[in-house]
Design a protein around this ligand. Structure first.
Ligand code: NAD
Length: 324
């Protein structure tokens, strides 16, 4: 069967379940979207339709939203997953809820079908032990909005069959991804480990009076933020000269913050109910109008950066050499 014709199940239709479903529909897959809570039934189709309309407006789609929605089943009945060869679990970050969802999925799907989780931080080796056939279980870690971002981590747990992980890696190229295969499970996987080391250092700098939140963000946006889409970490060191980094590491590494506690700055925000843009209180304060505009600006930016990123795929230089 043609890869894009494989039926894929998505269980959990919140923020990410809807954008993942959109991505798969845009790539030509028939999608079975399961609503584990009934409120999903009221919101999911509208959310997916909105994504498809915006993608059409941005020139990513040739057909109308209704064409893609024709390939989508939304239901509370797990029985619709029967023919799915891959199921992506996308429920809230709670092991007990995920365990109960895996039981319902495994009761329906074929023995050779794969199950994956979009968990942000629960180790795959832990989650796969909640299933009856851990060898067919993987992490499939997407970035929001999944239908425009190139990011995807495929994570093998200690008991996963790496060959099947390699199959997912190949399959995901058809979803417009530049995937990363994590062959050995580690908490936080790759991207979050990199990002959290940066969050921790950023908070340390602010808490200790070296710079303000605004100043740290400005430095990050105009340095790291500029080149990351092109080269990543190692490519950047190659591009700008490895010996300089070697030299700086000798003195700088010992001064980088390596505390293990949750920092007070973020603890205070969360304990006082702050969520960020979604409720107007975070590291910054937002009026309702500002918050709405940030959400719209983020959506617009994700399309703009996508256009730029597509001009610079990982093999950009290899392709240039071929056309010379
Ligand atoms: N939001 C992100 O940017 C992001 C990025 C990467 C990974 N993730 C991960 O994706 C998963 C889903 O996150 P999200 O942002 O879509 O969350 P969300 O809160 O938008 O949606 C959660 C969904 O979980 C399901 N759910 C809620 N309560 C449930 C219950 N009691 N029983 C069964 N199902 C229930 C529902 O389908 C709900 O829509 C989480 O594991 C999260 O860590 C999120």
């Amino acid at each position: 069967m043609e890869a894009s014709k494989i039926q894929i199940g998505v269980v959990g239709l919140g923020l990410m379940g809807c954008s993942i479903s959109t991505c798969l529909l845009m790539s030509g897959h028939p999608v079975v979207a399961i609503a584990p809570i009934s409120v999903d039934m009221e919101t999911a189709e509208l959310r997916i339709r909105k994504h498809l309309n915006k993608a059409k407006e941005e020139g990513l789609l040739t057909e109308t939203a209704d064409f893609y929605l024709g390939n989508l089943i939304i239901s509370e009945d797990y029985g619709h997953l029967k023919l799915c060869q891959l199921v992506i679990e996308c429920t809230i970050e709670n092991e007990e809820i995920k365990r109960s969802v895996y039981g319902k999925i495994e009761a329906e799907i074929a023995d050779e079908a794969l199950i994956t989780s979009n968990t942000s931080a629960i180790p795959i080796s832990e989650l796969q032990n909640l299933t009856q056939k851990p060898e067919r279980f993987f992490g499939l870690h997407w970035a929001e909005p999944s239908h425009t971002t190139r990011f995807l981590e495929i994570i093998c747990g200690a008991k996963s069959d790496v060959k099947k992980g390699e199959y997912l890696y190949e399959l995901s190229h058809g979803w417009g991804k530049e995937p990363t295969l994590v062959r050995k499970d580690i908490r936080g996987f790759i991207a979050n480990r990199l990002m959290y080391s940066m969050y921790r250092e950023a908070i340390y700098l602010v808490e200790n009076g070296y710079a303000t939140v605004e100043d740290v963000d400005r430095a990050c946006r105009n340095n790291t933020g500029y080149w990351m889409t092109l080269v990543g970490v190692f490519g950047w060191m190659d591009l700008t000269g490895v010996p300089a980094y070697h030299n700086v590491m000798k003195d700088l590494n010992a001064t980088l913050y390596n505390g293990t506690e949750v920092p007070k700055l973020i603890d205070d925000i969360v304990k006082s109910g702050g969520k960020g843009v979604s409720n107007g209180h975070g590291f910054y304060e937002y009026s309702p109008e500002e918050a709405k505009l940030w959400e719209e600006t983020f959506a617009d930016f994700s399309y703009e950066i996508r256009k730029l990123a597509l001009k610079y795929p990982a093999d950009v230089v290899k392709s240039k050499l071929k056309t010379k």
